[in-house]
Design a protein around this ligand. Structure first.
Ligand SMILES: [Zn+2]
Length: 195
């Protein structure tokens, strides 16, 4: 059987997101682990167009996610979950996302597209007082630190100039002490002036 036929059978020929009987489109789910039937949806032109251009998304139309997020079909859950993340500004969406359940495998697939990325969740490096640290800042050590693999310790009060933030770890920065590049925990530094 062809992909269309398989999908029409699974969906009973209605849009798997909104239930419209005008469904006529195969939707290949981006960032899927494969290209089989289970990685596609059968959807209607309205859903398709609004997913392609999220700025045109009609809040009422997407109330359908209240149901589709509970679908037995992982592909439907994945797309619903991603769409909910794109519509997080709607007042009913965060509550629904709170109770939505995706098993680990499905959640991993859903997250693969990065649609859940939220600038507020981005890694932020802060010093011991909560001041935000940036690349190039100067900091002062608030504690004497043993340096792994070095014969010296970094004394409290040492100024570390032009720090570099460790991108994937909010608790670590890198900087030069005694001419050696070392990793320092942000909780042991205080942001210093730029001089
Ligand atoms: Zn639809």
């Amino acid at each position: 059987m062809s992909l269309d036929k398989d999908l029409q059978k699974r969906s009973n020929s209605i849009c798997e997101l909104c239930g419209s009987d005008e469904a006529n489109t195969v939707y290949a789910i981006p960032s899927s682990p494969g290209t089989k039937t289970e990685h596609h949806l059968w959807i209607c032109p309205a859903c398709n167009a609004q997913m392609e251009d999220i700025a045109t998304a009609d809040a009422n139309h997407w109330r359908c996610l209240n149901e589709s997020i509970w679908s037995e079909v992982p592909a439907v859950k994945v797309v619903s979950w991603r769409m909910l993340h794109k519509l997080k500004h709607l007042d009913w969406v965060p509550d629904l996302l709170d109770i939505a359940y995706l098993d680990d495998e499905t959640l991993e697939w859903a997250k693969a597209s990065g649609d859940d990325a939220n600038p507020d969740d981005m890694i932020k490096h802060v010093d011991c007082f909560g001041a935000v640290l940036q690349n190039g800042d100067n900091v002062v050590l608030t504690k004497t630190l043993d340096v792994k693999g070095a014969t010296f310790s970094a004394k409290v009060g040492t100024v570390v100039r032009k720090i570099h933030l460790v991108a994937d770890n909010a608790e670590q920065i890198e900087g030069k002490v005694n001419g050696s590049q070392i990793v320092i925990l942000t909780k042991y530094v205080r942001k210093s002036g730029t001089t």
